[in-house]
Structure formats: structure tokens, C-alpha cells
Ligand binder design. Structure first.
Ligand code: AMP
Length: 287
């Protein structure tokens, strides 16, 4: 595995692969790797000849009062995990390499970014769309791998790629969970044992809601969200940011319980904000 810190070196390293018509897979991350990230690499290795991973904590997607400075980082450990997973190129630029001068250009995706995390983190998805566009320009991957843990992010990137004619196939990958159900996240490291225990309500309540939907026990999508809210409120340390049930991937208000639905939650435990979701597909049975 080659660790690369500059855009020009990455571009020139990938040149020969491109000339040889090798298929380039790309896994963008913010590091502090866990099995969720590794699952994306595994999928990329199945489908591509070369796997590029980026590790970049992107300041543009953090609001002024968010956790940019305390976001967990351990580059040495990440290197070992990435190498073991079979990453070929690990791109680890610093902020001045990615943003050498004050940027005057941003990428903004409309509508889909106004709900859920977009509503509670203003500007977040502008930062995501902008950095992902830059990374796509630098890596020029054939396929790029994103986790459905961030289902709204997947919807935003798919829309952006469509709207801007970016020649890359987006591959959404399933959520990886701990054996107790908690969705893996770099931020889980901040949870106390008690917070971790209480946070299990997220996956439990989402799965219960999905099961009840399948058994036709809800009359409206509002009832679905209310059910999840009531479950989460049983935990004393949980502070709900949002719980919503929306059409996926448009994130419009659902017309009926038989739409493809995303039930999504964001909940704080102390200063740690966790997100989780389930997809309920009626029109495509893969989930
Ligand atoms: P992050 O480093 O948190 O920005 O995540 C980088 C990529 O890994 C994103 O596409 C995430 O959706 C994905 N990811 C993070 N956690 C998980 C998980 N538990 N399961 C699957 N993918 C994940």
C-alpha cells in the first residue's frame, strides 16, 4: 500500500492504472477506521482492480459549533487496517493541500439536503458535496463506495453525480453493526458504557418499526415516527435531534406506507450525536 499526501502524486500514480484500463474503486472516509469502512473496501476489491481510500477530515462539512477538533484520529492504526484490508493507495492530504486558497466555488444539491441532517446541520451537505466532487476529480474513480449508514449522503451524492454528469458509479453498501446492534461509527469511541447501552434503543426501535410496518400495524408514516420517538424516549440519556419517515431516495413526504421508506434518527447521548436508519423497500426487495 502506498500512502500519498498530494493531489499531483496521486494523479500521476493512478495514470498507469488508467492507461492499462484497470478499474479504479474509491472509498472516501474521515478515518478512525472500523469494520464499516472496511466493508466498503471489501466490496470495492470484489469489483475493481485498484482500490483508493481517502482519509480526510473535511473542515467544510463541520459547522462552527460541531466536533471538527475533537473528531477522533489515529493515522498509524488506520494505515495498518487499510493495508490489511487490501487498499492500494491511501490518500491522506492535509487541509492546505485540499484547500490551498480560499475557495469561491461550492457544490450545493437542492431539496434532498433540506431534511434530516441537512436541517439540523446547515451547510453540512454543501461541504460534503464539494469535497466529494474534488475527490472525484482527483481520483477519477470508475466506482465509489458509500455506506447506507449515511443514507441521506448516498441520496445526495447520487443526485449530484446525475446532475453534474460525473462519470462514476455510486455503490451503496449495507450498514455494519456491532453484535449488539449499534451501528459502527468513529464517534462511538466517545460513548460511556451506559450511553452505549442506552444507544442500543436506536437500532432496536428502528428494527421494531420495520417489523411492524411489514405486519401492517401502522396507519400512517407519522405513526411510524411517533412509535420510534416513544421508544427512544424510554432512555433517560437520549436527546432526540430528529426522527423522520420519508420517501427514499427523494426524501419527500411519503404518499403512502407502500412507498420505499427511510426511517432515520439522530440522537445525542451527552455530547455525542449518533445517526441510524432503516430502509423499507416495497418496490425493490433488496433491503
Ligand atoms: P466517515 O469516515 O464516517 O465519513 O465514513 C466514510 C464512509 O464509511 C461513508 O460512506 C459512511 O457511510 C461509511 N460508513 C460509516 N459507518 C458505516 C457503517 N457502520 N456501515 C457501513 N458504512 C459505514
Amino acid at each position: 500500500m502506498k500512502v500519498i499526501t498530494t493531489k499531483s502524486e496521486l494523479r500521476s500514480s493512478l495514470q498507469s492504472s488508467r492507461t492499462d484500463r484497470k478499474r479504479i474503486g474509491f472509498v472516501p472516509t474521515m478515518g478512525y477506521l472500523h469494520e464499516g469502512h472496511i466493508s466498503l473496501v471489501k466490496q470495492a476489491k470484489l469489483e475493481c482492480d485498484i482500490v483508493v481510500m481517502s482519509i480526510f477530515v473535511n473542515p467544510l462539512q463541520f459547522g462552527p459549533n460541531e466536533d471538527l477538533n475533537r473528531y477522533p484520529r489515529d493515522f498509524e492504526r488506520d494505515c495498518e487496517l487499510a493495508k490489511k484490508a487490501g487498499v492500494d493507495y491511501l490518500f491522506h492530504p492535509d487541509v492546505s493541500e485540499m484547500y490551498p486558497s480560499q475557495s469561491l466555488t461550492y457544490v450545493r444539491v437542492g431539496q434532498i439536503t433540506e431534511k434530516l441532517c441537512g436541517a439540523s446541520r446547515p451547510g453540512h451537505f454543501d461541504g460534503v458535496a464539494t469535497v466529494v466532487t474534488k475527490l472525484f476529480q482527483i481520483v477519477q474513480p470508475d466506482r465509489a463506495y458509500f455506506g447506507l449508514k449515511d443514507a441521506q449522503q448516498v441520496a445526495v451524492i447520487e443526485q449530484m453525480v446525475l446532475d453534474l454528469d460525473i462519470p462514476v458509479t455510486i455503490v451503496p453498501c449495507e450498514i455494519v453493526r456491532e453484535s449488539d446492534g449499534l451501528a459502527l461509527s468513529s464517534r462511538n469511541v466517545f460513548l460511556t458504557p451506559e450511553q452505549h447501552q442506552q444507544a442500543l434503543i436506536l437500532s432496536k426501535s428502528l428494527q421494531m418499526a420495520k417489523d411492524k410496518l411489514a405486519s401492517h400495524l401502522f396507519e400512517s408514516t407519522d405513526q411510524v415516527s411517533q412509535f420510534v420517538i416513544q421508544q427512544i424516549q424510554t432512555q433517560s440519556l437520549a436527546e432526540i435531534d430528529y426522527v423522520d419517515t420519508l420517501q427514499y431516495p427523494s426524501l419527500e413526504s411519503p404518499n403512502s406506507l407502500t412507498d420505499d421508506l427511510l426511517i432515520a434518527v439522530a440522537v445525542r447521548f451527552g455530547s455525542t450525536r449518533l445517526i441510524d436508519n432503516v430502509l423499507v423497500r416495497h418496490n425493490n426487495k433488496e433491503c
